[in-house]
Design a protein around this ligand. Structure first.
Ligand code: HEC
Length: 188
């Protein structure tokens, strides 16, 4: 009996005992610690605000939040002011020499000179026209079905503009013995 009393003092079972009895089975009211209950009730209170804000007053859904963040991120990326529909021919000597370097580094000559896979770029005959907008588009988007590589993933628009300017203003007359004959229409 002494042992039972000691056990009861330590555990306080007799105080926690709920006053009901089912076929000799008894129940203790043994609540969790207050801090845990606070969190528990806190979540219930929180849920009320949550339901009102998001489900009743139409707070932003996850999709809305995603779209807003995406729009903000897009706005924060500096937009190129380049407009390929209003492109101009550049004449600056430094720019044209940049164009010449690109012509060499992108191995344009491999098709437009050495192997003659592509038309020559040194005469007055052009398949797609020799104004800056046309040449720019051919180099940027390529003519894949005819074997002209698109260069849009390898160069920026500004670089393609420089390269196009070089092709138009500097290459005329650079033909070699190997150069392909005229193709396309004559442009003065
Ligand atoms: C893999 C071969 C190949 C490479 C590399 C290539 N081209 Fe071409 N290019 C072609 C072919 C083929 C055409 C003809 C397309 C057609 O018939 O419509 C062409 C067409 C062109 C035209 C239009 C010519 C016209 O008569 O209208 C230009 C300008 C041009 N290329 C510039 C370049 C430049 C600049 C480079 C390097 C950045 C380059 N190409 C690299 C194959 C190539």
């Amino acid at each position: 009996m002494a042992k039972e009393q000691q056990y009861d003092q330590e555990t306080q079972h007799s105080k926690l005992m709920i006053d009901h009895d089912y076929d000799g089975i008894k129940e203790l009211d043994n609540p969790p610690p207050p801090w845990l209950m606070m969190i528990f009730y806190g979540t219930i209170i929180w849920s009320v605000f949550y339901v009102f804000y998001y489900n009743i007053f139409d707070g932003p859904s996850q999709e809305d939040e995603y779209n807003t963040e995406l729009a903000e991120a897009k706005a924060s990326v500096p937009q190129s002011t380049f407009d390929e529909t209003k492109i101009t021919l550049l004449a600056d000597a430094a720019v044209l020499s940049e164009g010449e370097k690109m012509y060499a580094s992108k191995a344009c000559d491999a098709c437009h000179g050495v192997t003659n896979i592509g038309p020559n770029l040194t005469d007055e005959f052009w398949i797609h026209g020799n104004n800056i907008a046309n040449v720019f588009k051919v180099i940027k988007y390529g003519i894949p079905e005819k074997g002209m590589t698109p260069f849009k993933d390898q160069m920026t628009d500004e670089q393609i503009q420089q390269l196009s300017s070089y092709v138009i203003s500097k290459m005329k007359g650079m033909a070699t013995a190997n150069t392909k004959g005229p193709q396309g229409d004559k442009y003065e």
